[in-house]
Design a protein around this ligand. Structure first.
Ligand code: UTP
Length: 304
């Protein structure tokens, strides 16, 4: 199969956010509260992700939810009662912030009846997505707002018609926590590589590179057929990686963009705390005060 046979030219306009997982690494906080709604300063993680999609020109966002997760969708609804109270108080800033959540994108939702894996979660989006390429944004990580990643991924996918992944470079001892790619140079320039294979969580000795897959994908619609053909893999789950590997074997071009900005991973307590501290320290309104306090706290010998 040649690249010419892959549909090119059209930029994806829909995004899918799989958010139906059990979030076991963050229990017990996530027994009743989805990890996607944990606050990073004054916005839930999920809002940063929808903002990332909206800033890349995506106006149609599908949230894949599961049991106990409907509150995620409520966050993007209008709240006329809250808005009226803020209006009465003359709190224009908060009023604008509350309204903004319902204006970011058109939010749709569908259910993954059982958390059978990331591949399965993407699969339930098939009828909403239709025949065009689309983005997948995992619900517990996001990137720096002023160093976006998605626009370049969407542009590249429109050129190749294939799969576009995002990578970060990790230290050798960290490879066993990620999907790692084997790659070769691409015709698209520095920081864009052609992917020749993917290995799930390899030991440092087995890792083909230090390029780790992060939670942003732009996929052609034929991924759905590949997901349907994918048998449960590691952990008994239907893995997106297995479905992508199938397309790669069949000749679909797969490229990856190496992201040089900072990726925030909020799926576990440590990464979540680091994210909150970093974002708080950058806040224009109270970042300076927070940094000063943090400096004093650390200098004062905060003990483990
Ligand atoms: P994770 O493995 O990070 O999420 O999946 P998890 O399974 O919820 O968390 P842990 O590992 O138990 O702590 C990546 C993304 O895919 C979604 C998750 O919600 C998360 O955003 N996902 C995962 C689903 O939507 N459905 C699934 O069956 C599995």
């Amino acid at each position: 199969m040649t690249t010419q046979e892959h549909e090119t030219g059209r930029r994806a306009v829909k995004a899918v956010i799989p958010a139906a997982g059990l979030a076991t690494r963050f229990l017990p906080a996530t027994k009743a509260v989805p990890k996607e709604l944990l606050p990073v300063v004054d916005r839930p993680v999920l809002q940063y992700i929808v903002e990332e999609a909206a800033a890349a020109g995506i106006t149609d966002v599908l949230l894949v939810t599961g049991r106990g997760k409907t509150s995620m969708v409520d966050h993007f609804d209008r709240r006329p009662d809250v808005e009226a109270r803020l209006e009465e108080k003359g709190d224009k800033e908060r009023l604008a912030a509350v309204r903004r959540t319902s204006e970011l994108a058109d939010i749709y939702t569908c259910r993954q009846g059982e958390p059978l894996g990331l591949g399965h979660a993407v699969g339930v989006a098939a009828s909403h997505v239709g025949d065009n390429a689309f983005a997948v944004l995992l619900g517990d990580e996001f990137v720096e707002q002023d160093r976006p990643l998605l626009p370049a991924m969407l542009d590249l996918q429109a050129r190749t018609g294939g799969i576009v992944l995002a990578f970060i470079e990790v230290a050798p001892e960290e490879t066993s926590r990620y999907g790692i790619a084997s790659v070769k140079e691409s015709e698209f320039g520095e920081d864009i590589v052609e992917v020749t294979g993917l290995v799930e969580k390899p030991s440092p000795a087995e890792a083909p590179s230090n390029l780790a897959v992060v939670g942003r994908y732009v996929l052609p619609a034929k991924i759905f057929e590949a997901i349907n053909n994918t048998k449960p893999g590691s952990g008994g789950e239907i893995q997106l990686t297995d479905a992508m590997a199938q397309l790669l074997t069949e000749g679909t071009p797969v490229h990856g963009i190496v992201y040089r900005g900072h990726r925030y991973d909020t799926g576990m307590p440590l990464g979540y705390l680091q994210t909150v501290v970093e974002i708080a320290a950058k806040r224009p309104d109270f970042g300076a005060e927070f940094r000063q306090w943090l400096g004093e706290f650390v200098a004062g010998g905060a003990k483990g």
